[in-house]
Write a new protein. Structure first.
Ligand code: IVH
Length: 740
């Protein structure tokens, strides 16, 4: 390529990439896919590297995203930004270590090293470098998509603008934080200027980084510790400690209190050291993070839905304070659960004012646990009592203890309501359930609002401009009410027909109304897993919804199975209730242990199709009987079902096709593991198979494509042979998936 060709190519690429950027960031409507974008971007960078003097003023390398006009642009993280699981006591760390050894099948005498470092109380940031140039910085957001804060990140001194000898693509992740002295100065300056002051350094750091004007950020003293990475074009090292050392060599601040430890005892010794230094560090930390040092182990351990298996945050102890219970409120949740909340005389716990704390359920208030044993020595909690409040990090505060010596004479035992405080329907407790629930279903406004809030939440329909607040507004709107999910999708039509239109109401101009309707229209087409999750069925969380969607593929297939399984679920429910009643009545442990599952009696009378559908449902890895019962009984409730049908009339449900995109010999296949696996644990095998697009089932059926049988496999191998299901051993499996 000569200079003329290069100049022409750069001009062409600038037009294409800038157009793609605007479409993606400003219009939220990409015109090219990520891979094409990346390829263009890399070609642009390569030509610029070869002809540095031809680099254009409008070079796409310097501009990621379009100028931010309305808030920040969005950045889809190429590698998800994860959160961390929490541990609170030394025993949790021992469990963490043994869980990892079990997963990796490491014998007790095999060394397993970790790194231990402070958990910085700031906000995480991912900074992307391409060919040594800082090209993008993004906040974590929901982990999948963050905010583009590139220009603001450029003002932070501890974030290098350029790197030498770095991988071509390198995303450095770490924490933006503010030091205590800088925080105090900033608040003094803010107060003097009559501007907003911040409650703590974390809020100050977040508020400063998320300024629309980078010049404001520039005046705020922010720092950055690097502790992880996202996309990299070549590995940084073989170990976590090595990778952190490499980041330090590249010019990043890394935490000086990072240590390499050879097991739980050493981790806890280092934790104690960091805890002792905490007050003198000059910045806030809220615990210690432990990470498996060997990066190959990290890769094998992988992730749960939102947290890595190879890391954990050991949080500092909860903060405690005593205060008085002024009242007890009952909140009604999405599934009708009545949750008691203590209204407290406000008290500061660990720097935060707490005026509400959870009391869990009615047994907890009366001093019993679900199995009838005593808690707090059997002391109940009454209005007027002095109680201890416990708050750990961002966890909801709890009432943990009561001081009976300060109980006023007038205090009365708390009478837990047996009817719903919101709709007056009966509130009942099922056998074996710790929670009392409102039976009002959709007629209960509290349940309806909570269901709607859940429906529009991020992992569900995620409708831009329709959050929890707006849902409450529309719920109460007399002219254009939204009482159930289907109403969201008729809003536009009703708005057109109604005299009392949305426009000109509080917060609604012509543009916002148009945007809202467009955002709703966009979600008329919805992936199956999101729809299932959005329905807010008890026990059906994001992971179970994804498992169900993957297994059934389409809404109709799911409905067909759920309908067929109806009688079996009813039998299971009856059997569970009978068993729970017997268990409660059993006088002692011995008798309790002899109670047999009651299902067999009713089971034999069932229609074989019902049985088969039920077995198929509970055979899905990750779907237990309680999820299955909850799913099936939800669709048996006529009002609920009709409401869901009204919703479906407005939707185009996208079947699950994800596994087709995965290029692997086992994509889309249903596999079952049985017997002893020698090269990996069962959990690892499952995670690996799923990452290759296979479905992993717990039992062999006609739908099974492949049985992987280790030594000691019994009935599953027999059944596979009978059904003609292909059976291979572990080595053949590893060879098949290319891991041998
Ligand atoms: S590692 C995949 N290390 O804590 C693991 N996180 O509660 C990525 N955090 O989102 C995180 N200090 O914002 C890691 N030394 C540290 C950290 C740290 C603070 C934050 C981070 C993360 C959150 C999870």
């Amino acid at each position: 390529m000569d200079r003329d060709d290069a100049a022409r190519a750069l001009a062409d690429l600038a037009v294409q990439l800038n157009r793609a950027n605007s479409a993606y960031y400003s219009d939220d409507d990409p015109v090219i896919d990520d891979a094409t974008y990346d390829a263009l971007k890399q070609r642009n960078a390569a030509i610029e590297a070869a002809f540095p003097d031809l680099k254009r003023d409008d070079s796409p390398s310097d501009r990621v995203g379009a100028p931010v006009t309305d808030g920040f642009g969005k950045v889809a993280h190429r590698v998800r930004m994860m959160s961390l699981g929490n541990a609170f006591k030394a025993a949790d760390i021992v469990d963490f270590d043994s869980g990892i050894r079990r997963y990796l099948n490491l014998p007790g005498d095999q060394p397993l090293h970790y790194t231990a470092e402070p958990k910085i109380d700031g906000l995480s940031l991912s900074v992307r470098y391409e060919n040594g140039q800082l090209v993008q910085a993004a906040t974590r957001g929901d982990g999948a998509t963050g905010e583009n804060v590139t220009e603001n990140a450029r003002t932070i001194a501890s974030i290098p603008q350029t790197l030498t000898h770095a991988p071509d693509v390198l995303e450095v992740r770490g924490e933006v934080y503010m030091r205590h002295d800088d925080f105090a100065d900033l608040n003094t300056r803010q107060a003097a200027a009559g501007a907003k002051t911040f409650a703590n350094p974390r809020n100050a750091a977040a508020g400063s980084l998320r300024q629309l004007d980078p010049n404001v950020t520039r005046d705020r003293p922010l720092h950055f510790f690097a502790y992880a990475w996202g996309e990299v074009s070549e590995p940084l090292a073989d170990t976590q400690a090595g990778a952190i050392a490499r980041l330090s060599d590249l010019g990043f601040d890394t935490n000086p209190l990072t240590a390499r430890c050879d097991g739980p005892d050493a981790l806890i010794t280092h934790y104690d050291r960091i805890a002792a230094d905490r007050a003198t560090l000059g910045y806030d930390i809220d615990g210690v993070v432990y990470k498996v040092d060997n990066l190959d182990y990290q890769r094998r351990l992988g992730f749960r839905s939102t947290t890595p298996r190879w890391a954990i945050a050991h949080k500092f102890p909860a903060e405690l304070a005593w205060t008085k219970v002024e009242g007890i409120d009952i909140q009604v949740g999405r599934t009708g659960a009545l949750s008691p909340v203590a209204r407290l005389t406000p008290v500061t716990v660990g720097g935060v004012v707490v005026s509400n704390a959870t009391l869990h359920n009615e047994d907890y208030i009366s001093g019993r646990s679900a199995d009838g044993t005593m808690i707090r020595g059997g002391a109940d909690i009454r209005i007027g009592d002095w109680v201890e409040v416990y708050r750990a990090g961002d966890v909801i505060p709890k009432v943990s203890n009561v001081d009976l010596s300060r109980r006023p004479d007038t205090a009365q035992p708390y009478d837990f309501p047996t009817s719903c405080p919101e709709c007056g329907s009966d509130a009942v407790r099922d056998e074996g359930d710790a929670v009392r629930r409102c039976t009002g279903g959709l007629i209960c406004p509290a349940q309806a609002i909570e269901k709607l809030r859940h429906f529009v939440s991020r992992a569900a329909f995620d409708i831009e401009g329709l959050g929890a607040k707006q849902v409450e507004y529309f719920f109460a709107d007399a002219a254009l009410p939204v009482r159930e999910p289907a109403d969201i999708f008729t809003l536009q039509q009703r708005n057109a027909a109604s005299l009392a239109k949305l426009e000109n109401r509080d917060g609604f101009g012509p543009t916002s109304v148009r945007n809202l309707f467009a955002a709703i229209d966009e979600k008329r087409s919805i992936p199956l897993n999101r729809l299932i999750f959005a329905l807010g069925i008890r026990h059906v969380g994001e992971v179970a919804a994804a498992d169900l969607a993957r297994h059934f593929g389409t809404w109709d297939a799911l409905m067909h199975a759920v309908d067929l399984a109806g009688p079996a679920a009813a039998a299971q429910l009856d059997a569970d209730a009978a068993e729970a009643a017997e268990r409660m009545a059993a006088a002692d442990e011995n008798r309790r242990a002899r109670i047999k599952p009651a299902r067999d009696a009713v089971w034999s009378d069932l229609d074989p199709a019902a049985k088969a559908a039920w077995e198929d449902l509970v055979g899905i890895d990750g779907i237990g009987a309680s999820v299955a019962v909850s799913l099936v009984t939800t669709f048996q409730q006529n009002a609920e079902r009709a409401s869901i049908q009204r919703l479906l009339d407005h939707l185009d449900v996208q079947p699950v096709v994800a596994t087709d995109n995965i290029q692997s010999p086992v994509a889309g296949k249903t596999v079952v593991f049985t017997g002893t696996l020698e090269k990996m644990t069962r959990a690892e095998a499952k995670a690996r198979a799923e990452s290759l697009g296979a479905k992993v089932a717990g039992s062999v059926s006609a739908k099974t494509d492949l049985l992987i049988a280790g030594p000691g496999s019994g009935s599953k191998s027999d059944k596979a042979a009978k059904l003609g299901v292909e059976t291979i051993d572990e080595d053949a499996w590893l060879a098949l998936i290319g891991d041998a």
